[in-house]
Design a protein around this ligand. Structure first.
Ligand code: NA7
Length: 486
């Protein structure tokens, strides 16, 4: 039977949307479009430009498997290089003609066996296949701190950094100490006249090497891609991945105890002042919140310019922040590194599936997807890095590649005419979710802390099993869990 030619619409020109485009081009498919609401590609690496920005996954792992990059300057690459990498990929793989920039999708309707999308400007398009690659860490979460809007000096969310604001010699406030806040403070400690780091909960800090690649090392990577493979998948990387997965999926594992010892030793040996040490000591287990890797934070926070404020914020005033005990910190500039509204996923876009099924309604108890990729009643729809996928300090590029390879096998059923449309059954999603929720409560993420991994009921919305299990299930879809529309 002749293959049916299919049109694909991809939403988002970040890492995952670009991946889908490249993979389509690789198999000779040119009938696709990538809608991107921003003015350039790169997703999160376009939006985040704050000082100190780096990826907490080793650079050689945070690269497409088909586009290794011997030029990474460091083991953990700075954000500017990662952004340039994605821009280079868009050029090199000929993706730019397929991307419609400054075009925001507002709604997607499954009607008459096709997806019909409508842009914010009111334009329409339709396709057989729809790929939602709109990102997770995407909607800035601005804290509801009283008075924030009344601050009369520059302030911004970390993902909306205003580079016109001078920082050198200024009094800088940073609220939040997730990966972002820690990176910002590490970068600005020596530049500020005074830097106040507002910490609501302490964080465990995993020490890591500040390893810059020498020209000789880069040359060796250029000469022999196997050396890059060794960094990605060699014994050290495999051991790191295995240790970390074992630790996160079982809060009582010896691997987690080992990680706990490392972070406690780091705190013990790095911080001299006993009072500061206690301010920085969390009362929950290591890796309960997303693990922070930093070679510099503990040095930064001991700079004479830096003050770690761990008391509760009362309100923001016109010129600074008032603490509940009355202390006032005057600030010239304030950065809120308070994370992202991660529960939104594809929203605020509206999705209507079979029979007009509203995704908001389907997700009223929280975002769910079968094996994190497909959704019952929403045929021929793929989520890349959607809800409940692996997030435990793995490379999301690797995760997206595997999810795409899985989804392509479903598309093949449509392409070959074996089905007109493919969606998982509701029963399959229920079975998956029941097992996932149960096992999620054994993970370290559920061991007693707040974090962006938890849903409103305190259940971690993540992959609670091993990385190897993820690889295994992504190898091929179990078609008995799918409804194929003939
Ligand atoms: P995170 O990891 O969600 O961290 C947000 C930080 O902001 C965290 O320290 C929060 O404290 C703090 N926060 C949030 N709301 C408030 C209010 N209202 N007052 C004070 N402090 C607040 O976001 P990041 O941007 O650092 O990192 C997100 C991911 O990006 C990261 O995991 C990597 O994957 C890359 P809390 O701990 O909740 O007390």
């Amino acid at each position: 039977m002749a293959e049916k030619s299919l049109r694909t619409i991809i939403i988002g020109a970040g890492m995952a949307g670009m991946l889908a485009g490249i993979k389509l081009l690789e198999r000779g498919e040119t009938d696709f479009v990538i809608y991107e609401k921003g003015a350039s590609a790169g997703g999160t690496w376009r939006e985040n430009t704050y000082p100190g920005l780096a990826c907490d996954t080793p650079a050689h792992s945070y690269s497409y498997s088909f586009a290794l990059n011997p030029e990474w300057s460091a083991f953990y690459a700075p954000g500017t290089e990662i952004k340039a990498y994605f821009e280079g990929i868009a050029q090199r793989y000929g993706l730019l003609p397929y991307i419609r920039f400054n075009t925001e999708i507002e709604r997607c309707d499954w009607r008459d066996g096709r997806w019909h999308v409508t842009t914010k400007a009111g334009d329409t398009d339709s396709s057989d296949i729809l790929v939602a690659a709109s990102g997770v860490l995407h909607h800035p979460s601005v804290p509801a701190i009283p008075g924030l809007e009344d601050f009369e000096r520059p302030w911004f969310h970390s993902a909306r950094w205003d580079h016109s604001v001078p920082l050198d010699g200024k009094r800088i406030g940073v609220i939040g100490n997730g990966s972002t806040g820690v990176q910002i403070v590490s970068a600005l400690a020596k530049r500020a006249a005074r830097l106040v780091h507002f910490q609501r909960s302490p964080q465990w800090i995993m020490p890591c090497p500040d390893l810059q690649y020498t020209e000789a090392e880069k040359q060796a990577f250029r000469d022999d891609p196997e050396k890059i493979e060794a960094v990605r998948n060699g014994p050290d990387a495999a051991a790191r991945k295995a240790r970390f997965t074992a630790a996160i999926i079982d809060m009582d594992s010896p691997e987690l105890s080992e990680i706990q010892e490392i972070v406690e030793k780091n705190l013990e040996e790095s911080i001299r002042d006993p009072e500061l040490k206690e301010k920085l000591r969390p009362n929950y287990r290591a890796a309960c919140k997303r693990m922070i890797f930093s070679a510099h934070y503990y040095n930064a926070v001991q700079e004479p310019t830096v003050f770690l404020e761990n008391k509760a914020i009362e309100r923001v005033e016109a010129t600074g922040i008032r603490m509940k005990d009355g202390t006032f910190h005057e600030l010239d500039v304030l950065a809120v590194a308070t994370g992202f509204d991660v529960g939104k996923f594809v929203r605020p876009m509206k999705f209507y599936g079979e029979g007009g099924m509203d995704l908001d309604e389907f997700w009223k108890k929280g975002p769910r997807a079968y094996y994190a990729v497909t959704i019952p009643h929403f045929p021929n729809l793929c989520l890349l890095n959607g809800p409940t996928g692996p997030v435990g300090n793995f490379s999301l590029i690797d995760i997206a590649e595997k999810q795409w390879a899985y989804f392509e096998q479903l598309v093949d059923l449509v392409r070959s005419g074996q089905a007109k449309a493919v969606a998982p059954t509701e029963a399959a999603l229920e079975t998956y979710e029941a097992a996932r929720n149960k096992d999620a409560m054994r993970t370290v993420f559920a061991s007693g802390c707040s974090s962006w991994y938890l849903d409103a009921n305190g259940v971690p919305q993540v992959w609670p099993w091993s990385y190897d299990h993820f690889v295994e299930v992504m190898r091929a879809p179990d078609l008995s869990d799918y409804a194929l529309v003939a």
